[in-house]
Design a protein around this ligand. Structure first.
Ligand code: TXA
Ligand code: MG
Length: 343
């Protein structure tokens, strides 16, 4: 198991020392925990890919302490990028801009762009400043598995390359990854929904669009990071139940679950509406566990990955997740659930 230290000044200094000699360190951000290495050193970035088992075509985000450091990584930093940084940094927004020549192409999976973010977490910012350079950091999970929102999630993962230290900054406040927005010649384009919404981006560019797509199989390699299966628990199957569809619950629970040795169906339910909660309660004998999610989208997002991990611990056959309503407030959560349940 990887070592965890409370994120106090001495631990942050130690983490910076490890990074400066080329090691991997996990640190908290306001979205999820990141797995960090120095972003301008391609051999160190390669260790991140090796540790996660991440295919080389997937770009990683460079974490900076603010706009000035970001400008140094971009071949072009247009006025709209400044406006985004001014409004949303530090915070859960990754800005994709043309990549400066000295940023190793390995960082962005060979693309000529680079994703940059200033995280709104004092520990992340202190670490970036202590190292004095941008930190490459994808979410600190094994490739395709559920992202970590607690230090223990990182420490217990089966890393394929040593992660020397996890800085424990407590649970992540937002709980899902940043919004990724591409700044190019056309309008702003969301590549991954997150806490910064399309509506908020339209205050900067009224023509901003949602460019999120779920891409299948081989095409996923052509469009890095958009792979359809992601954020996935290891349970045999994870399925989405339509919002409020209490009538469909019993069949899905029974059909999807297989009798386990204990006599209970190996099914976990993650529910949201009162109707489906009641249906699940009526089916309690068939369930290993039932997790009731908050009705507020931000609180739901904060608890989502912990719920998926918890359900995964209890149920080895089926996780049944009630989908939230398909409204703008739920875009980011729905995106993660669709990817987690994609087969
Ligand atoms: O909240 C977050 O963004 C977290 C924390 C640690 O900051 N990081 C994170 O990184 O989620 P990761 O590597 O798991 O996801 C980065 C995603 C990629 O999968 C891709 O979708 C997008 O960001 N991305 C990064 N650079 C890109 C680029 N140059 N072009 C297109 N997409 C890019
Ligand atoms: Mg990730």
């Amino acid at each position: 198991m990887t070592r965890i230290l409370a994120a106090e000044p001495a631990a942050i200094a130690e983490a910076a020392t490890i990074l400066k000699r080329g090691g991997l360190v996990s640190f908290p951000t306001e979205t999820v925990y990141g797995l960090g290495a120095r972003g301008l050193h391609k051999d160190e970035v390669a260790k991140i890919f090796a540790a996660k088992g991440r295919p080389p075509g997937h770009p990683v985000i460079l974490h900076v302490d603010g706009e000035e450091m970001a400008r140094g990584l971009a071949a072009e930093w247009p006025p709209v990028a400044s406006e985004l940084a001014r409004r949303f940094w530090p915070g859960p927004l990754t800005i994709v801009v043309p990549r400066a020549a000295h940023v190793p192409p390995e960082v962005s999976g060979g693309l000529d762009t680079v994703g940059i973010r200033a995280p709104a977490h004092p520990v992340a910012l202190a670490l970036i400043r202590a190292v004095g350079e941008p930190l490459a950091a994808p979410s600190a999970n094994i490739h395709t598995m559920v992202s970590p929102t607690k230090a223990g999630d990182v420490a217990s993962a089966a890393w394929k390359e040593p992660v020397e230290l996890v800085l424990d900054g407590g649970p992540c406040e937002i709980g899902i990854e940043s919004t990724v927005v591409a700044v190019g010649s056309g309008p702003l384009r969301i590549l991954r929904p997150g806490a910064v919404t399309l509506e908020q981006l339209r205050a900067v560019d009224p023509d901003a669009v949602d460019g999120t797509t779920v891409i299948e199989g081989d095409e996923a390699r052509a469009a890095p990071g958009m792979a359809s299966r992601h954020y996935a628990p290891s349970a045999h199957e994870t399925r989405l139940l339509p919002y409020g569809d209490a009538a469909a619950f019993p069949d899905l629970a029974i059909e999807g679950g297989r009798k386990s040795r204990s006599g209970k169906y190996s099914v976990a339910a993650i529910v949201l509406s009162d109707a489906v909660r009641r249906a699940a309660e009526a089916q309690a004998l068939q369930l290993r566990t039932m997790i009731v999610m908050p009705a507020d989208p931000a609180l739901y997002a904060r608890g989502l990955y912990a719920a998926l991990r918890d359900a995964d611990k209890h149920a080895s056959h089926l996780i049944l997740v009630e989908s939230p309503p398909d409204t703008p407030a739920w875009t980011a959560v729905l995106d993660r659930l669709r990817r987690a349940t994609h087969r």
